[in-house]
Design a protein around this ligand. Structure first.
Ligand code: ADP
Ligand code: MG
Length: 679
């Protein structure tokens, strides 16, 4: 790779350039102007409109230093059409003497109106007009720059760069033709040296589009490379015989939604291949992922292999266990429970069953991937709420297959990510989406209520509980202090117990032993308690259809995904449901306001995720570590979805037919971004 060294005098400014992350010619080529100044033509002062950024030219007809509120230098120029005043607040004493009457100058800046409505430019860029002063025929680029490095120095460097003719063409001619793309060098040149004609015919947009294409193609190449590596793992061919699945479907009290059928088709197709499946199943809260997981597990069992379903919390894992054992009752399937809270003896037995193959379906928590757990013939691993698990944990389970056969992997998430993000960040996974909720769900009404009206909310809960409805009351997460969090939950529990009596109130929190938690949950499921005070432990998965009210305290502290998850605990039965978001006015930041507005106006998980992306930006949404991807410089995942889709296809074609191009693209765009290696 040719470095900037080829350019004269580069040493002096190298350290400055490194501050702008410019290390070589390619970085410089991609150092696109922030904006342009139009010094290509002179506007008659008469025609220059207020608010326009223009250049005017005229003879100096007067200058003065005034001391109104602030010391200022005023220079008046006349071009025959009208007069304009140039205003300077910062100036050296000798400035005034430079502006001698009769001299012709050009001034560039934004036209403003002064107090009396007269045209002025504040701190214009000024140049003296000589006989041979020619107007530039390109816009003047204004670059991002750093202290000690003048914009003009960057302009000069870029000029030198283009004189070297070293910008390669990174895409094969066929692709350029097919997608009607601009060639790379002219595209870059357009952006650096934009002419008014190009601007008027929108060629700069076409040029920018070319960069977006290249950036996204390079990104896709990289991700597809990782994807290909992952998909090289051998896995057992699990072609469903349907005998177990048919039995289960016959027992289900409902028909699968079309969306569930569609994703099952995708999953079962993957599992019937000799390569490992890596599929992310995303579906909004309550969209019915559990049954999809169960059916996938049955296809595994039909082939004599074992399946694991793992959940991030004891509450959720246990709920899956209870529900699935009930569903699979009398089908001759041995469902085994494995969790950290079991006694040593129980655990030993469960582990033995995994090892000797007598366990068909294993449901549990993290305990499942501990070192001492081995499987006879593991065919499928389902990981519920996958975002709760670290990558290492996921890998630990995948490695539990035999040396040459890896289990298929199905990850489930109720935190939907927008399609564009899924395509680019999870390019290593195939994505299935359940985009439809089962019919007959009653919509949830969401209300934002100031905490000062708490007593009204308590009254509301009392009235509904007396009618036989159930409610969750969620206490806030207090990140700094688990002790405070617990204290808070205990206080709320006391408060509600006394104010709601004789209605029964339960309490569940993260510090409880799992047996205790399970008992409290069982009481709530059985409707022995009507109100359940909980810390955010109930965030994921809990399914109690009779609960139709959820009150969330300090909702302003919670993220959108979390609020959406919590709200999804209700709206599961036939009763109309309410979600009450209590907020504390004093803690309401601007972003908190935005979040609460989004959550109270939408119940669509995908739309909420999209808004979350807009409020937070993609880096934060996925967590930099999880995404492992630096922010895109030119493309925008939301706005450029169409380009992304084409980039994906082009990347595949390059990898297959033009490997040298592919290599060069990735090297140039991501040569220094070693972070990728970790994905
Ligand atoms: P999630 O996708 O949030 O994990 P669940 O799998 O817990 O959702 O399903 C939510 C509820 O919807 C459960 O009570 C489940 O039995 C029910 N359910 C699932 N699929 C359907 C369907 N096709 N029709 C009606 N109810 C369904
Ligand atoms: Mg679930």
């Amino acid at each position: 790779m040719q470095l900037l060294d080829t350019i004269n005098n580069i040493d002096k400014i190298k350290s400055k350039l490194s501050k702008l992350a410019i290390y070589n010619y390619w970085d410089l080529a991609l150092h696109i102007p922030l904006r342009y100044e139009d010094l290509t033509k002179v506007y008659p002062i008469q025609e220059a409109q207020i608010g326009q950024q223009v250049m005017v030219e005229g003879k100096i007809i007067g200058h003065e230093i005034t001391h109104k509120r602030q010391k200022q230098l005023l220079v008046r120029i006349d071009d025959g059409s009208a007069i304009i005043t140039l205003m300077f607040f910062h100036f050296y004493p000798n400035y005034a003497s430079q502006y001698t009457i009769g001299k012709t100058i050009r001034a560039h800046g934004e036209i403003k109106a002064d107090f009396f409505g007269n045209k002025t430019i504040i701190h214009p860029k000024v140049q003296t007009v000589k006989e041979d002063s020619k107007l530039s025929n390109t816009f003047t680029p204004i670059y991002p720059t750093t202290n000690g490095l003048a914009n003009s120095a960057i302009i000069k460097l870029v000029e030198d760069l283009f004189n070297l003719n070293i910008i390669p063409e990174l895409l094969p001619e066929a692709i350029i033709q097919q997608y009607k793309l601009m060639r790379l060098e002219p595209a870059l040149l357009t952006l650096h040296k934009l002419t008014p004609q190009q601007f008027n015919s929108h060629i700069h947009e076409k040029a920018l589009q070319r960069l977006k294409f290249d950036e996204l193609i390079a990104q896709q190449l990289l991700m597809q490379n990782i994807y290909a590596k992952k998909h090289n793992n051998n896995a057992p061919v699990l072609k469903s015989t349907h005998n177990l699945i048919v039995k289960l479907l016959a027992k289900l009290p409902f028909a699968l939604t079309n969306a569930q059928k569609k994703v099952l088709h995708e999953i079962l197709h993957d599992m019937a291949q000799p390569q490992q499946m890596n599929r992310l199943l995303q579906g909004d809260v309550g969209s019915g992922k559990t049954i999809v997981a169960t059916i996938s597990a049955l296809a595994t069992l039909e082939n004599g292999y074992q399946a694991v379903i793992m959940a991030p919390t004891e509450i959720l894992a246990e709920q899956h266990y209870l529900k699935i054992t009930q569903l699979l009752d009398e089908m001759g399937i041995n469902v085994v429970w494995l969790s950290g809270s079991q006694t040593a003896k129980q655990k030993r037995e469960a582990i033995a069953a995994c090892g000797d193959g007598s366990a068909d379906l294993i449901i549990g928590t993290h305990a499942v991937f501990q070192k001492n757990v081995e499987f006879k013939q593991l065919g499928l691993v389902v990981i519920d709420e996958q975002h709760r698990f670290g990558v290492e944990q996921r890998l630990a389970l995948v490695n539990k297959g035999s040396a040459d056969l890896h289990p298929h992997q199905l990850m489930m998430s109720a935190t939907p990510i927008p399609r564009s993000l899924a395509m680019s960040y999870y390019a290593d996974l195939d994505v299935s989406s359940i985009d439809e909720l089962p019919a007959g769900r009653t919509p949830i009404q969401t209300m934002l209520i100031n905490n000062s009206r708490r007593h009204e909310v308590i009254k509301f809960v009392r009235e509904h509980a007396s009618l036989g409805h159930q409610a969750y009351w969620v206490c806030p997460l207090i990140e700094e202090s688990e002790k405070l969090e617990l204290e808070n939950a205990l206080n709320t529990f006391d408060e509600l117990s006394s104010q709601l009596a004789p209605i029964k109130v339960g309490l569940v929190h993260g510090k409880m032993k799992s047996k205790e938690k399970a008992d409290i949950m069982a009481d709530f499921v059985a409707n022995w308690t009507q109100v359940l005070v909980a810390t955010t432990v109930i965030e994921v998965g809990v399914d109690v259809p009779n609960a139709s009210i959820i009150v969330i305290e300090h909702s302003e502290r919670m993220g959108l995904a979390q609020l959406h998850q919590l709200r999804g605990r209700v709206g599961r039965g036939n009763n109309a449901s309410q979600c009450i978001l209590l907020y504390d006015n004093q803690q309401l930041s601007e972003t908190a306001k935005q979040r609460l507005k989004v959550i109270s106006t939408s119940t669509d998980g995908f739309e909420i995720a999209r808004q979350d992306l807009l409020i937070r930006g993609p880096g934060e949404l996925l967590g930099q570590r999880q995404s492992g991807i630096p922010a895109l410089r030119f493309a925008n995942l939301e706005a450029d979805l169409e380009i992304l889709q084409q980039a994906k296809i082009i990347a595949q074609s390059l990898a297959k037919n033009y490997p040298m191009h592919a290599k060069q693209l990735v090297e140039l765009w991501f040569y220094q971004k070693q972070i990728y290696a970790g994905i």
